[in-house]
Design a protein around this ligand. Structure first.
Ligand code: SF4
Length: 435
């Protein structure tokens, strides 16, 4: 049986190997999975050239997934360090890695990822074009922008962020409406600058059908980039963001007409009280396509702690419909993250994703919490470490302040409510004072 993309297979009623794996991982019936995929509400990003992929689904009724951004920059070009981050990220449970390399031999790193890494691999071809062609931005031609997309597809990338929603009309609206922090999306700012300098239409918008044909050929999932995502609380849910979202809704429909899998990128910085409405608007306009959010960061004032501001927003966004969270590290807005920053960012995102999965009633999500609660009730410290989201930190903390009584911890010692309740309900005497 032949098919082009996973969506095409789902629409034809063909069960792919990737679908079988995802159905088993998610404990969902494969027919239900196929039905969601046929409607575009679930995607399995799986480039035909990414042979070592361990497939994962993203979307409705599935566990919330997380993405880790990595890659070289002009100031940090250590490939081995970036590979160590990749391996750590996969070991810590990240389902996707976005290679945002913007310096050095980017193709070598990208090909290494798609030949060795089992996680879903994403890229932003716009960044790479500037590095690859090694010339001024305004001199890059429309054809060259498109060629980079094809190159990434051939290299085995599973999804690509393409900033095709900021066309001339959106760009004009953005300039007329004015914003406090303008465009903070890296890819969005590059393509906007190119459009301003050349006077041309956004090549990814103008030649969208050509891009879709490439995506269909290799089964690359389109991640519709949000060039106008708000970069501060003051810009949240403004005209530019919403106008671009409307365009992304139209582009989603066009991708589905060619069986190309799609997810839609979202904010950004956003106050808590606007997140639910934003998720609902996106689901309505983009007909339930999976939503991929960067944060949202619920306040602007916490550099050094933006993994926390993003986890708060991410938990709410995922509860109300987002399916994919891009991690944010404590280094956000400050520097390229180091190994410890990456770890902190991943754990924060995983907490947000899991908290949302409990709230959404995702199959099996609360069983993990039940295991921890049972271990706590039994004061079984090894069992607690086993199920902890970060076993190493949990163990390190306990061992850094040993209690006098081994079964309790140094927080309450003899006053340990858990221990005293277990004993009194077992009919024992509880003295506390002289124990
Ligand atoms: S000592 Fe206090 S914090 Fe520690 S396990 Fe007992 S009740 Fe919990």
């Amino acid at each position: 049986m032949s098919y082009t993309t996973q969506m095409d297979a789902a629409r034809q009623g063909i069960v792919t190997e990737e679908m079988k794996v995802v159905a088993e991982k998610e404990n969902i019936d494969v027919k239900e999975l196929m039905s969601l995929m046929a409607k575009g509400q679930v995607i399995i990003p799986a480039n035909k050239n990414h042979k070592c992929l361990s497939p994962n689904g993203i979307g409705s009724k599935l566990r919330t997934k997380i993405n880790v951004n990595l890659g070289t920059s002009r100031d940090c070009v250590d490939l081995n360090m970036e590979l160590e981050k990749v391996n750590n990220a996969v070991a810590m449970g990240a389902e996707a890695i976005m290679d945002l390399s913007s310096f050095g031999d980017t193709q070598k790193f990208r090909r290494k990822l798609t030949s060795e890494c089992p996680a879903i691999i994403g890229t932003v071809p716009i960044y790479d074009a500037v590095v690859y062609y090694h010339k001024a931005l305004k001199d890059i031609t429309t054809q060259e922008w498109l060629d980079i997309v094809e190159m990434h597809a051939k290299d085995g990338v599973d999804f690509m962020t393409i900033h095709c929603g900021i066309n001339k009309a959106t760009a004009k609206r953005f300039k007329d409406a004015k914003r406090l922090t303008n465009i903070v999306s890296r890819g969005g700012s590059i393509i906007f600058a190119w459009m301003e300098m050349t006077g041309n239409e956004n090549p990814f918008y103008e030649h969208y059908d050509w891009i879709l044909d490439i995506c269909r050929k290799y089964d690359v999932t389109m991640s519709l980039g949000d060039a106008c995502r708000p970069g501060c609380i003051a810009d949240a849910s403004d005209i530019s963001q919403i106008e671009e979202l409307v365009t992304l809704g139209e582009l989603t429909k066009r991708a589905w007409e060619k069986d190309v899998q799609v997810m839609v990128e979202g904010p950004g910085h956003m106050p808590l009280n606007q997140i639910k409405a934003n998720m609902e608007i996106q689901q309505t306009i983009c007909k339930g396509a999976p939503f991929y959010v960067l944060g949202p960061l619920v306040t602007d004032v916490a550099p050094g702690y933006d993994h926390i501001t993003a986890a708060i927003g991410g938990a709410i966004a995922a509860t109300y419909g987002a399916s994919f969270l891009c991690y944010v590290t404590p280094a956000e807005h400050l520097r390229l993250p180091d190994l410890e920053d990456v770890k902190e960012g991943i754990i924060a995102s995983r907490i947000a994703a899991h908290a949302a999965d409990i709230a959404k009633g995702v199959s099996g999500a609360d069983e993990w919490d039940y295991k921890m609660s049972l271990a706590r009730k039994k004061l079984d410290w090894e069992a607690m470490f086993d199920v902890a989201i970060d076993p190493e930190k949990a163990r390190r903390y306990r061992e850094s302040a040993k209690p006098e009584k081994e079964d309790t911890c140094s927080m309450c010692g003899n006053f340990c409510a858990v221990k005293n309740m277990n004993r009194i309900l077992d009919g024992e005497i509880v003295s506390i004072f002289d124990e």
